[in-house]
Design a protein around this ligand. Structure first.
Ligand SMILES: Nc1ncnc2c1ncn2[C@@H]1O[C@H](COP(=O)(O)OP(=O)(O)OP(=O)(O)O)[C@@H](O)[C@H]1O
Ligand SMILES: [Mg+2]
Length: 278
């Protein structure tokens, strides 16, 4: 059974407003790393909040770990199973010491102090922040703060984490730090990841990509299959990965290159192959 099932979901913020999410259906398998790609205002955050039971669908249904998000008595079970990490790390850190911050959610749940200490240590180690337990969050870099926010979610032992543009405010070093931690959590701890982004290079690392535009699901498939659909991406207001665009231009100019090149390394291999033939 899939861990998340979104079935013909629509959502309106107000009666008289248009639909921010329109008839969207997809499923996520446990252990999957799924990227959700869409331009500004396409409905990504609305979809994330529907999955986390912050919103309930206007029509259709969302199930998380078998729980229907419309079941009000199970809202906290949904949020425990499915954590969320947002864009701005400064809005997510509440305490003055890192370990207190990570413990915050557990204290609210009334978890025993020994168990809290164990889970906080484990969570900080898992994001490579084990040495910063006694630090003040405001002294950390953006990437470190975001890793502390991830530790706070991890301490709750979720099966799924939704990251809503969690690297958008970080510098390239911070982005790479966070991406590496999340990939490891997915691979090694088997945590299902929903990675909302508009960075193509991040989406390229996912198992599967959903493209949304104007609240509707426009495409769904492996990164290579999505990125070769350049017209669809441009229509959805998205960039095409640089190497894919270059390969297309070279193909149009008559070079015999595949249409699914994603990386510089792949481009080098293909160009060397062509050269060796001449
Ligand atoms: N609180 C709200 N009240 C009314 N309309 C909203 C609200 N939040 C979002 N919307 C509208 O819903 C649509 C989808 O917004 P949403 O924030 O889900 O998009 P997004 O893809 O996350 O955008 P961004 O890239 O800017 O984060 C937009 O048209 C937006 O204006
Ligand atoms: Mg958003």
């Amino acid at each position: 059974m899939s861990i998340i099932a979104v079935s013909d979901v629509s959502y309106k913020y107000r009666e008289d407003a248009g639909e921010a999410v329109k008839n969207v259906s997809f499923e996520v398998e446990e252990g999957e790393f799924l990227a959700i790609l869409g331009a500004n205002g396409s409905g990504k955050s609305t979809l994330a909040k529907l999955i986390n039971a912050l919103f309930v669908p206007t029509s259709g249904s969302v199930t998380v770990c078998g729980i229907d998000t419309r079941d009000e008595s199970r809202v906290w079970d949904v949020r425990a199973a499915c954590g969320m990490v947002f864009q701005n790390p400064d809005n997510q850190l509440v305490a003055t010491i890192v370990e207190e911050d990570v413990a915050f959610g557990l204290e609210n749940l009334g978890v025993a102090p020994d168990e809290i200490r164990r889970r906080v240590t484990e969570a900080l180690d898992a994001v490579g922040m084990g040495e910063f337990g006694k630090s003040a969050p405001h002294m950390l870099s953006g990437g470190q703060k975001q890793r502390v926010a991830i530790a706070g979610v991890l301490a709750m032992k979720p099966r799924v984490i939704v990251f809503d543009e969690s690297t958008a405010m970080l510098d390239p070093v911070g982005r790479a730090e966070v991406m590496n931690v999340v990939r490891r959590l997915n691979r090694e701890a088997g945590i299902t990841v929903l990675w909302i982004t508009h960075f193509m290079d991040e989406a390229a690392q996912a198992d599967r990509i959903l493209v949304i535009d104007g609240g509707s699901l426009k495409a769904c498939g492996a990164p290579r299959d999505i990125f070769r659909q350049t017209a669809l991406l441009r229509e959805a207001g998205l960039d095409v990965p640089e190497m894919t665009a270059l390969a297309q231009a070279l193909r149009a100019g008559g070079l015999c290159l595949p249409d699914d090149i994603l990386t510089v390394d792949e481009m080098v291999v293909e160009l060397c192959r062509l050269k060796s033939k001449t």
